[in-house]
Design a protein around this ligand. Structure first.
Ligand SMILES: [Zn+2]
Length: 236
């Protein structure tokens, strides 16, 4: 058996080395995009205090940022590379001693249930406020143009003006991995959704591509902002 396994290991290693060379030439490689989008969200106060994380998939490899780091200073070499089972294929290239994001089990669940290529977890203040002004376990919004930026999964199209977007809200837990059970239930009960809100914590958003995930993040944030301001104005 060892004779069979050794060439496979060598092949994977060569493949990873080639991919690492790729990221230096490809600005859209996950190693470059994750730090870039983390910096952007940090500047919007959605990833301050080391909160939040982003993961991206490229073919059979999943890239995950480290935990508890300064999000605006992430470097391409800081990423962990794992497979669908969560096995580590590559540690940070710079030899930094750090842990993988605590959100990793949730990222893997979302990849498995939705076949996504990018998951964003943020502690956005708008998302947190949206969960506080929503008394039940759903955030609902309609009659806004930006709804058209949200993907309706079961119909394989974006929402139309006049339709209602419903986002499930799950209760917070002491640690992110403990959110897993309720995240799965919410995704099963709301097959259209590309977002799950976590009460007084933040959100998870995913997309078929990184572009879709990022654009929907911006649309959801806009919708939360409008809902908060409408509430302040005493309107619904
Ligand atoms: Zn979190």
């Amino acid at each position: 058996m060892q004779n069979v396994q050794q060439p496979q290991k060598r092949k994977l290693s060569d493949e990873i080395i080639a991919e690492d060379e790729d990221y230096q030439r490809d600005p859209e490689h996950p190693r470059n995009l994750i730090p870039e989008i983390c910096r952007l969200l940090y500047s919007q106060e959605a990833m301050t205090g080391s909160g939040g994380a982003i993961s991206m998939r490229r073919n059979d490899k999943i890239y995950v940022a480290p935990s508890g780091v300064q999000k605006e200073r992430l470097q391409p070499e800081d990423m962990f590379v794992i497979n669908d089972d969560g096995d580590t294929l590559k540690l940070p290239l710079n030899g930094k001693i750090c842990r993988m994001s605590q959100c990793t089990p949730l990222f893997l669940t979302i990849y498995r249930l939705r076949g996504s290529e990018c998951v964003i977890h943020s502690h956005s203040k708008r998302a947190v406020l949206a969960t506080i002004i929503s008394s039940g376990n759903e955030f609902r919004i309609s009659d806004l143009q930006m709804i058209k930026g949200i993907y309706k999964r079961t119909e394989n199209r974006n929402y139309r003006f006049g339709e209602e977007v419903v986002i499930p809200i799950i209760e917070n837990t002491p640690t992110d991995p403990e959110l897993q059970e309720n995240l799965v239930k919410a995704m099963e009960n709301y097959p259209d959704t590309c977002c799950v809100l976590i009460r007084r914590h933040g959100l998870y958003i995913w997309g078929t591509t990184w572009q879709q995930a990022k654009l929907m993040y911006e649309c959801y944030e806009y919708l939360f902002d409008i809902a908060i301001q409408l509430k302040q104005l005493g309107m619904n």
